[in-house]
Ligand binder design. Structure first.
Ligand code: CXF
Ligand code: ZN
Length: 353
């Protein structure tokens, strides 16, 4: 089957013929009908320890192709979403409802116990254990979630990461409340979904912060009440109830910290690096009663929250299709990456099959 292989860290992609193992007991083969390129796919090999060669891709949706032994609750042809957090369902966090915090969650780049992809017998890694930049992928049952057929595949793919991560950052992690003044730093796919989530939660003032005018304009079209460059925000962003940082670098975290009011909340949903630290004022933390939270997968547990996201999408309150500029074959992946990185589009969704 065809898959886009990244042969070296940070390198370009090459569509190659990759061998896929038959599904083992408890596994499912998914035919990938749509796959989004999430910004973090592009830094996995350079910043998060993902070995190469690798088939990346963790936003994906498709149909069930084959079932391994013992999988009896899915049917071939059923529409499914690929989950990059595959919850065990039995550990304490899972039982508490925090499936995104599953104790058995694998660290990025650790890969499955048994290699599932190879070329001429040489192992090819499955990025984030999902490897959706491919025609087919083999996954544990827990990494596959049925999704209603009325959700188009490109939209469904974005339900795999950008939508829950961004919307959840506002709804679950930051707990935006009606009437709140909110800023979102970074107007890429996650930040724009945080803008949508903040609206769902009832934000009154909603500021989108991004250096790129085109992205600021998109945020305003999607309902941000105003937009600022990072320099404008550093100078004028003050007294906000909530700031969601979808960048996750120390300077943006500090800008967010300065901009929240006493008792306000900073939520960091951008992917932080292991070697970066943030010097926060202990005085402000205590005296100003400020809160700072992380946000992994937007605090969303997909088996619980997918229905909520689909209902909001059906009601027109999460117009995810407006973030999708179009679709492209796997062979166009390098151009898709360039278009997204340069801010020409939010997402062009790959359609491997
Ligand atoms: C990523 C962030 C970087 C580590 C792997 C998961 N989240 C979503 O894309
Ligand atoms: Zn992602």
């Amino acid at each position: 089957m065809r898959a886009a292989v990244q042969w070296s860290a940070g390198g370009t992609f090459e569509v190659s013929d990759v061998d896929l193992a038959e599904p083992g007991p408890g596994e499912v083969v998914v035919r990938v009908r749509a796959a989004g390129v999430c910004a973090t796919d592009l830094s996995l090999t350079t910043a998060f320890g993902q070995p190469t060669p690798v088939v990346l891709g963790h936003e994906g949706a498709g149909t069930v192709e084959r079932l391994g032994a013992g999988v009896t609750d899915l049917t071939v042809g059923e529409h499914v979403l690929v989950l990059w957090v595959a919850p065990c369902g039995t550990c304490t966090p899972c039982l508490r409802g925090d499936e995104h915090l599953c104790a058995g969650r694998r660290s990025t780049g650790s890969g499955p116990a048994t290699a599932r992809l190879s070329i001429h017998g040489e192992v090819v890694h499955q990025g984030m254990n999902t490897a959706t930049f491919a025609e087919l992928t083999v996954l544990p049952r827990a990494a596959v979630l049925p999704i209603p057929d009325d959700v188009p595949f490109p939209v469904a793919a974005m339900f795999g990461c950008a939508v829950p991560t961004g919307v959840g950052a506002a709804l679950r992690s930051a707990r935006v409340r009606p009437g709140d003044s909110v800023a979102v730093i970074g107007a890429g796919a996650v930040g724009l979904n945080a803008v949508l989530g903040a609206q769902v939660a009832g934000a009154a003032r909603l500021i989108a912060v991004d250096p790129t005018e085109r992205r600021r304009e998109t945020a305003r079209e999607l309902g941000a009440t105003e937009s600022m460059t990072p320099a404008e925000f550093a100078e004028r962003g003050r007294d906000l109830d909530v700031v969601i940082d979808a960048v996750g670098h120390p300077p943006t975290i500090l800008d967010a910290w300065r901009a929240v009011r006493r008792g306000g909340t900073v939520t960091v949903v951008g992917a932080g690096r292991k070697d970066e630290t943030v010097p926060l004022s202990a005085y402000e933390l205590f005296h100003d009663d400020k809160r700072i939270t992380g946000s992994w997968h937007g605090g969303m547990s997909m088996r619980r929250d997918l229905g909520l996201l689909v209902d909001l999408w059906r009601a027109g309150r999460l117009p995810v299709e407006r973030l999708v500029a179009g679709t492209a074959d796997l062979t166009e992946i390098n151009q898709v990456v360039a278009d997204q990185q340069q801010g020409r589009v939010v997402r062009t969704v790959l359609t491997p099959t």
